[in-house]
Design a binder for this molecule. Sequence first.
Ligand SMILES: [Zn+2]
Length: 248
Amino acid sequence: MSLEALLGLSHELGRAERHLAILGEGNTSVRLSPEQFLVKASGGNLASLVPEGVTACHTAPLLKLLDAEAMTDAAIDQALLDSRVDPAAKKPSVEAIFHAWLLTLPGVGFVGHTHPVSVNGVLCSELAREFANRRLFPDEIVCCGEASVFVPYTDPGLKLAQAIRRETVAFQERYGVVPRVILLENHGLIALGPNPASVLAATLMADKAARILLGAAAVGTPRFLTPEQVVRISGRPDEHHRRKVLGL
Ligand SMILES: [Zn+2]
């Protein structure tokens, strides 16, 4: 069931020893149908998320917000409240806007947004863009794709959702695929995929890649795989098989 799967993913992402999110940080969502999705309500804790902390939303009104030129915070708040399927449900966070859009992408059923200590260590540095565009080791390509979307720093809110859409569309035009990972400069990570396992795998592998990059930078100049090596790994039949076995 979608709600149980969403709670399970949230609890995995929220595990304290993983250092991906603390307190009310991060949010998760699942597509219910083309018209509706479930998203963690504002302020809830991922590690201990309960059904009452999840809100069902209509997708269409939030997609409409994305096309708005400029809106006051009060108008955005009202639109978020109005998007709830059950008016008694908790208010979804402003990040529900980008969840709504990402869940319309082909093959995307789940989205997980976190603020990992490791990934943010890189995203708050001069290596941020390179971390998105390049790859360090083969398993990073298997779980996170050939590259990640990079979104230059934007204040959280409607403007950030619009920037995520803009950069993701540009990525799809460039690579011809839906991304696995979106990196928000000075903010955090979004992982997307068909199921909870793919979102968790992309998140954990991005976390590992960030820790490896921090280690590589500590001992010298990091050496990324070449673009040719990345394409070769990405196209290998045994890597496709491994993705399948992992359920990615
Ligand atoms: Zn965030």
